[in-house]
Structures are given as C-alpha cells and as structure tokens.
Design a protein around this ligand. Sequence first.
Ligand code: AMP
Length: 185
Amino acid sequence: MGPQGAGKGTQAARLAEIFGIPAISTGDIFRANIKGGTDLGKLAQEYSAKGDLVPDEVTDSMVKDRLAEDDVRGGFLLDGYPRNAHQVEALDEILTGLGWELDGVIELTAQRAELLERISKRAEVEGREDDTPDAIARRLDIYDAETAPLTAAYAERNLLVQVDGIGEISEVTDRIVAGLAQQLG
Ligand code: AMP
C-alpha cells in the first residue's frame, strides 16, 4: 500500500523478482484492458481518467479471477489492492475461500510534496492518461480518505510493515526485504 508516486509499482516488480512470485497490479490490469479496448477497459476508463476508483464489484471479481490462476499458488504480491474498507473485506473472503492468509502488508510512506514531484516526472516519462493535475489530486485525496486508514486495521492484525519510501530505489527495496524478514520471523 502507498499513495500514488510512493514507488509501489517499481518496488513490486523488484520484490516479484527477488521472491520469484507474480506482482499483481490492479492498475496495470485496468490499463491493459483500456489499451485493448475490452468492455472492462471501457468501464474502467470512465473512472480512472478522473482518478476515481473503479467500482468494488468489478475490481473484487477481477482480483478473485486473477488469484484463481495457477501461478499464484507459490505466493503473490498485490499492488494497488485493497484500496478501501470494502476491498479489505472482499480480499479476506477471497483468501478464506482459497485457504490462504496474508503474510504481511507493506506500506510505503512519503510526503505529499515528494509524491507530487515524482508523479509529475512520471507523467513526462510515461504519459499516463490519468496523470493530469485534477486526477492526481483526486487520487491522493482518495488515498488519504479511504486507503491510508486501512493500515491501522492491518497493524492491529500484526501484518503491517511500514517502510520509508524516500531514497534510492535499491535502498527502499532493502528496507522492505528487511521489514518483511522481521515480519515473517
Ligand atoms: P494505479 O496504477 O494503482 O494508480 O491505478 C490506476 C487506476 O486504476 C486508479 O486510479 C483506479 O481508477 C483504478 N484502480 C486500480 N486499483 C484499484 C482498486 N483496487 N480499486 C478500484 N480502482 C482501482
């Protein structure tokens, strides 16, 4: 978990490589569908272009389907899901159904000023359609209101690994790996 620009996607790819598990990014799945012009993509675009969350039913069933695939049996990393209280419950249900439990929840932290700088750099490099000033502000507001509070619930469940997201990419990865090692005991 972490606000836009905290480095979730970058770190998820590195952790996937280190642990030999798939990184499942709901944002990437939506973007692939938008690019492919699928029905799911058309629906997702209406929301994501504005920085809004795609409706939970759609996102939850997409994650459920993805977690039913074979490659996640040895472990997986979710990037960008869950993002609100409903999705936390939905994920719990999906995992209960599969007989699995979360090992840990990584929260990447960063100040808003740093995030805005990173996102504007990314906008230049990647040209993401939803990196407009209004959509960026909306995503950060939704994160503060709906996603950030979820970390308290995960902390209570002794799952939270909080990591400072500011620094060199490899330094942040090292912090996450160390935090996870401690979490997993
Ligand atoms: P991201 O790449 O994680 O910033 O996601 C890009 C966009 O995809 C978001 O602004 C949302 O519109 C949508 N999205 C990604 N993950 C979720 C989620 N867990 N729930 C609802 N919408 C999501």
